[in-house]
Structure formats: C-alpha cells, structure tokens
Design a protein around this ligand. Sequence first.
Ligand SMILES: Cc1cc2nc3c(=O)[nH]c(=O)nc-3n(C[C@H](O)[C@H](O)[C@H](O)COP(=O)(O)OP(=O)(O)OC[C@H]3O[C@@H](n4cnc5c(N)ncnc54)[C@H](O)[C@@H]3O)c2cc1C
Length: 493
Amino acid sequence: MIKTSGLPKLEKRVAHDLSIISYPVNEWIPPKFDEQGQRILDVLVVGGGQGGLTIAFQLLRERVQNIRVIDAAEAGQEGPWLNYARMPTLRSPKEVNGPDLNIPSLAFQAWYEAQFGKLSWKKLNKIPTELWVNYLKWFRKVLSLPVQNKMKMIAFEPSKGNIKVEIKCLKTGDVKEEITRKLILATGIETPGRWSAPPISQKIPKDFWFHTSEKIDFDLFENKDVAVLGAGASAMDNAVMALEAKASEVTVYCRRSELQRVQPFKWLSFPGFLRHFSELKDEWRWKFMSYLLTLREAFPKETWDRANRFKEFNIQTGAGWEDLRLNDERVAISTKKGTFEADFLIFGTGFSIDLTHSEELSPHAHLIALWSDKFKETRKEGEESNLQSYPYLGDGFQFLEKLPGSAIWLKNVHLFSFGATMSFGPSGASINAMKFAVPKLVNAITRDLFLEDIDHHFESMSSYNLPEFSLPGEKTELAPATTDFYGKKVGSK
Ligand SMILES: Cc1cc2nc3c(=O)[nH]c(=O)nc-3n(C[C@H](O)[C@H](O)[C@H](O)COP(=O)(O)OP(=O)(O)OC[C@H]3O[C@@H](n4cnc5c(N)ncnc54)[C@H](O)[C@@H]3O)c2cc1C
C-alpha cells in the first residue's frame, strides 16, 4: 500500500465543506451558571468512541458549543478496536459511512483515498480495524472535538433542574463535579449492562476460562485444546486468534443445530428501517426486535475463511454447554452430544442489558422505565432473550420514568448505546445507523434546550435592536458578522 501525504489537502477540503454548510452560525444557547458562578455545561457526552465523537460533531454543527466529551480510556484507545476486537478488518462493508454524517470529505473513503489513492480503495475489501482507529483519531483532530481522556464518570444525580456528574481523573485520582443540562451516555455497546458468561462458568476456576471481551494472553493456548462457546462474530474471531497462537485444537460449540450464516442486520440497512423504526407502535418494535435480537450476529465470510485455513479448527453444532467440571487440569464439557474436554474455555456469549449492572446507572435503575414496564408481551416458549430489560426510551433517546412524576430529571439523560436498540433499532453502537440516529438525538437536545429557554428567547428577540447599517455620523454596534464551523469570522452579515 503506497502512502501519500494527501491529508493536508483533504483537511482544507473539510474546512471548505464545513464553511459552505455552516449557516446559521450564531451561538444561541444562553449561558447558565451554578451557585458558585461556574458555567454549567449544556451537554456532557460520556464516551469518546465513534458515537461520542459523532454526537459532539453534530452538536457543534448545531451551535451547541458549550459541551465536553470525556472518556476513561487513553487517547486513541477508546472503544473495542485495539482492545478486544480481534479481527483484522471491520465486519461492515467498506462503503458504510457514519461519523461523517454525509459530508463526503469527512468520510473514511476520503481519508483513505487521500493517503493510499483511489485504486487502492477500489482494491480494498474491508476496512482494516487499525485504520478505522486512525481515521477516528483524525476525525477528532480535524474537527477539534473537545475530548478529555482518562476522565471517568463515576456517578451522576439530579441537581436543581440539571445533572451533577462526578468525574474522576484517572491520572491524578482527583474527583471533580461538573454540572450539565444534558447528559449523553455514549458508553459502549454493552451498556447499560455488562459482558456476560453463563452461570456454569462459575463451576470452574477463573484461570481456565475467559470472556471474549477480556484481555487474553493467547500465548497460553500454544499446544492446548481450546473450546469456544458461541458462534457469533466475536466467538469466531477469538477462535481464530487461538488457532493463530498455535493451539492444538480449537472447537467452537453452539446450541443451534446449524451455524447462522444469514446476516439479518444486512437486510435492515435501509433508510425506512434505520430512520423510522422508533416511530413504530410498540407491538411492531417488539415483533421485529424479538426476531432480530434473539439471533446471533452472523460472522463474515472472511472470518470463516480465516478459521478454515486451520485443520485444528472444529465446530460442534447442537452442542450447548450444560455443565462444566474440572478433572486433572482439564475441563470436561457436558453437552447433548456427549462430553468433550479442553484445557481452556472462551465464552463468546455477548452481553446482557441490565441497568443494575451499570456502575453509574444502578443507583437510578429502580426509577427508569424498561420495556417490561411499558409493554406486556407474550413470550414464546423457550425464547432466550432479555428484551424486557432494555430501557424504554423517549423519542430523543432519553430515559423515561417508571412512575410518572417520580424522577422527571431523567428526561435530561440520553442513552446512545446498544441499550437503545429495542426503542430505536440499530442506532447507538452501530456504524451504519449513525447518520440516521445521531441527528435524531441531537435534534432532541436542541429541541429541549430551546423549549426550556423559551422565556429567554422571547426576551432576547424583543430586545434585539442591532441595526444592519449605521446612519451618517452615527457610531453604533451593528449586527454581528457570521463565523464558520471553527468560529472564524467569515465577513458577511
Ligand atoms: C468486537 C466488536 C466488533 C465490532 N465490529 C463492528 C463492525 O465491524 N461494524 C459496526 O458497524 N459495528 C461494529 N461493532 C459495534 C460498534 O460499532 C462498536 O461497538 C463501536 O465501538 C461503538 O461505538 P461507541 O462509541 O458507541 O462505543 P465505544 O467505541 O465502545 O466507546 C465507548 C467509550 O465510552 C467510554 N466510557 C464508558 N464508560 C465510561 C465512563 N463511565 N466514563 C468515561 N468514559 C466511559 C469507554 O472508555 C469507551 O471508549 C463492533 C463491536 C464489537 C464489540
């Protein structure tokens, strides 16, 4: 791959594109102060992964400028990509555009072509994961997004119509409070919940098993038998890593009698579904999601091909794990198909949405409406899913109260993660849905901020008296010049 230095040119194009569409430009949100005279944030975004960055970008475009983005991770280490996303390329097709919000010069393809050329893009199959991370770093830099790393939100609570957030600086250990009008949780795919292994995992010492979301030392697996539970994309990526680490045998087990080779999320990638799912009646949303969310995400062909390069790779379908026992440093795995053995286990069993498992949300979990509160479904016999545990979100991704009137402040806490899926379909934690979902979220933020300040806006309009031009001999302040996305004056009035 030949690398050229086309980025400075592209960055000029970005600046130009943004200046073309930057109208209207005026800052419009009145500053608010707390009792100590500190400026209250308009929006605090927790999470500086692709979701948090894109939300910040859209907020700035809407001139919501008094914002802050925090992330607990080191800069560049946000999200799963360099941690436990054990795949050389993204699973999505390379054409998927997301964070750019339909501005071509900000798209991955533009960034890629600027460095490696158009021919290289043509030849590229899928986006290398490492390049996706580099693209996100560039996106953050070129847009000057206000992200602070090593800052962890540890708690939040209502405070006089706003939200008080406790933020721990992971470098110094200092904890500071920040008051914000709006809080957006872009905290990652598994939130609000956690990565989960089934209860039988507790039957064997932790040294013998891992979850795909953990840091794993794959060198441990050399000349060992590894058993992987689950045949979703992450389970398969981990199986391949174990094979590449020279495991003597890697067997993937799944409960279903056949591997899932169909990717239902491919079917739903169309504007009607991605933009309007949230407008469906609950019955329809439940019907669609109880189909989609009870299926595993199929792994891509590339992963299948990677695994099949190894003769040490096996699959056992119709062989969910029923029991585990440790026998002489080997794990015995009971399944319907008989008992198997392995030296190490990897659970590729995904995550479960559960507000009580979220450190920051659990104190408020009893107040937050879930699907189980709002929709009394008929559950199919044997259906395994936790759809009822998903939060039932309002039209702007905000939490709703379980009991009307009990926690009205929740309307200022918005969730942009996989937890939004029951209410919005693919939205948070999904590249392909980003261009539909982020504007929807930000529209709700601007709506709420505008409506809340309506007295101020009327007052401001009534007292607005800046003339467009001065009369001869008159020295008076004129209506302000416009500025571009970066706040630079562009001269016209
Ligand atoms: C293994 C894997 C592979 C995937 N592959 C694809 C793919 O190919 N295509 C696709 O469309 N989607 C994919 N996804 C889904 C999705 O795109 C990713 O999960 C993506 O990272 C979601 O972006 P995000 O910004 O919502 O969350 P993340 O990227 O996870 O970012 C969340 C950030 O929030 C921070 N955070 C969390 N809690 C706090 C806190 N309390 N205080 C401060 N910071 C906090 C974390 O440090 C993290 O950096 C994949 C997901 C996984 C797990």
